[in-house]
Write a protein that binds this ligand. Structure first.
Ligand code: COA
Length: 261
């Protein structure tokens, strides 16, 4: 497994946990961390030991409190574009991961942290977690996909309010808005809840799960024809071994044993 400077990587029972590890800076994303996130998630695509992924933050205060403002302060027009494009690419790699990815949000998820969480397929947060896109306070806007994904997740009006006011919202409010899938009481419950969800998902046919991810992502890419992607993916499922196994198991009244083939 690769050796990272700002990420802790651990695989247990088929689940890769990637912990952003800069707790003294509330896990702020500097360029090195964004690059490590991209490498780590792309390595997981083909790693047979990995069936699902959890992103979380080190320490007890923050998931990720945003992009590193010390680095942002140095940006100019040219590097600003590069900064946004590199972050977007890393987060596309998460969104397009063929294996389920869950954000375990254990505190502040602000700016790039909220954007990282939104690039994951599902989000679970503790009650004390806080969400926000405070970039307007710094004279910038979300640049790692936030303007798009927040609007997709919670709708235009609420997304505009969050991004134009820069105000933080609670985990409960985030759950009401559809930004978060589940809220747990405290940190002790957070990773167990994520693992429980992932275990449920990875017990299903892996190819089918990856195609669900692909088809749902296609909804938000107007250049792709979503219904066509769905029909192509459905057809691909029908030629898989897992399809034969899933349907036979149902008819034979037994549990399926999927192989991801
Ligand atoms: N980038 C760089 N450093 C950050 C950071 C960020 N996004 N967020 C926090 N830090 C650093 C602080 O500078 C501080 O470092 P220091 O101890 O060397 O001074 C350390 O993390 C702890 O943060 P602090 O502000 O002292 O904690 P707090 O509990 O008083 O406040 C927040 C917590 C999250 C409200 C506050 O840190 C904050 O507003 N952070 C920036 C959020 C933001 O604007 N994110 C979007 C960036 S585009």
């Amino acid at each position: 497994m690769a050796d990272y400077q700002n990420l802790i990587s651990e695989i247990r029972e088929g689940i890769l946990t990637l912990t952003i590890n800069r707790p003294d800076k509330l896990n702020a994303l500097n360029a090195a961390t964004v690059s490590e996130i991209k490498t780590a998630i792309e390595d997981a695509y083909d790693d047979k030991k990995v069936q699902g992924v959890i992103f979380t933050g080190a320490g007890h205060k923050a998931f990720v409190a945003g992009a590193d403002i010390k680095e942002i302060a140095e940006l100019n027009e040219v590097y600003g574009r590069k900064f946004a494009e590199q972050g977007q690419e890393a987060f596309f790699s998460i969104e397009n991961c063929p294996k389920p990815v869950i954000a375990a949000i254990n505190g502040f998820a602000l700016g790039g942290g909220c954007e990282l969480a939104m690039a994951c397929h599902l989000r679970v947060a503790t009650e004390h977690a806080k969400f926000g896109q405070p970039e307007v306070n710094l004279g910038i806007i979300p640049g790692y996909g936030g303007t798009q994904r927040l609007t997709q997740l919670i709708g235009k009006g609420k997304a505009l309010e969050m991004m134009m006011t820069g105000e933080m919202i609670s985990a409960k409010r985030a759950e009401q808005l559809g930004l978060v899938n589940h809220v747990v009481k405290d940190e002790a419950d957070l990773l167990p809840k994520c693992r429980e969800l992932l275990k449920k998902i990875i017990s299903k046919a892996p190819l089918a799960v990856s195609m669900v991810i692909n088809c749902v992502n296609a909804v938000f890419h107007p250049e792709e024809k979503g219904y066509q992607t769905e029909a192509n993916s459905f057809s691909n499922c029908c030629k898989s071994e897992d399809f034969k196994e899933g349907t036979s198991a149902f008819l034979e009244k037994r549990a399926p044993a999927f192989k991801g083939e």
